[in-house]
Write a new protein. Sequence first.
Length: 135
Amino acid sequence: MSETNTAMTEEERNQLYRHMADSFIHVANQHAEQQDAFMVSSAFLYAAARFSAFATAVQAKTLENYTADREPAIDYFTAELRRMLGENMDDYQRVFQPQQPEQPATTMVHKYTPPQKPASDDDERLLSYDHLVKK
């Protein structure tokens, strides 16, 4: 943690945390204007995983420490993603508004217009990694 962060109050750290998260979400929303939201979400997860591995390495300082920290870091980040995802799914559930014909789906949290194609039982609800990354 930098000296700047240690001098902050808990409220200031929380405000900075929310500001940074909002800035990342803003970039994701810009991408979602051109790309499928699940593609953007998958890229966002990949970026978070990549940066989390980097942050773990920086904190470890040595390969021995990094190797020792690997599994605890994976457990930590996995648990945090599960917790945060659950909280945000709950938030969206509270404000969820079903899509009306010829109107975009809208919530108080985020605006997203799904692709205009008829739903099919064969459509995957979530995209797989193999589907997103062409080999």
